[in-house]
Design a protein around this ligand. Structure first.
Ligand code: GLN
Length: 192
């Protein structure tokens, strides 16, 4: 299986390291031609505005949308989740709009902005140790979106999704490529 990581900005190398360790052929994707060659794609964490601007400059917005809408499995982590989403609270920025969620960027506050937590995930036997770095959470989900994990909003007590699935689109607020737990990358490789 050939898995691409969108290599415009962010920690795509860490994702490629994980998928190669799982036996896949991991390749960097920067052009529409390279995108054509992959069976699945990872959109890494980083800075979603930078990823969106560079994807626009590289002419990748439409090719990405087309392939994802045609059913290519995709995993977006953190900034990657923001880029997949249909909207953000308060910010205007390029987004693919293929994942029917509205995200809140830097949702955990700017001071206490990075932390780790054990998350119960639907379908997983054991919790996932999740690393959050200036992470978004999901403010609003559309009807076709399954929430696989959520955290509690410390201010309001409301449940805020941090791992969702919509068909073959997977998105996490946290960084599965920064721990030794490969279950989320395996899910991307097995998604049907
Ligand atoms: N704060 C970044 C953003 O809003 C995301 C951070 C990350 O990907 N770790 O794009």
């Amino acid at each position: 299986m050939r898995i691409g990581a969108l290599a415009l900005q962010g920690d795509f190398r860490e994702h490629l390291h994980v998928v190669r360790a799982l036996g896949a052929d991991g390749v960097e994707v920067r052009t529409a031609d390279e995108l054509e060659t992959v069976d699945a794609l990872i959109i890494p964490g980083g800075e979603s505005t930078a990823i969106g601007r560079l994807a626009t400059i590289y002419g990748l917005i439409e090719p990405l949308r087309d392939r994802i809408e045609a059913g290519m499995p995709v995993l977006g982590t953190c900034a990657g989740m923001i880029f997949l989403a249909s909207g953000t609270l308060r910010y205007e920025q390029p987004q693919l709009g293929v994942l029917d969620v509205v995200v809140e960027r830097n949702a955990f506050g700017r001071q206490v902005d990075s932390f780790e937590a054990d998350l119960d995930v639907t379908g997983f036997a054991d919790p996932v140790h999740a690393v959050f770095i200036r992470a978004p959470w999901i403010h609003k989900v559309g009807g076709d979106v399954d929430v696989l994990a959520a955290v509690e909003d410390p201010e309001t007590g409301e449940s805020r999704p941090v791992f969702v699935r919509q068909g073959r689109i997977l998105a996490t607020s946290f960084h599965p490529e920064l721990t030794n737990d490969t279950r989320i990358h395996e899910l991307l490789m097995e998604v049907d």
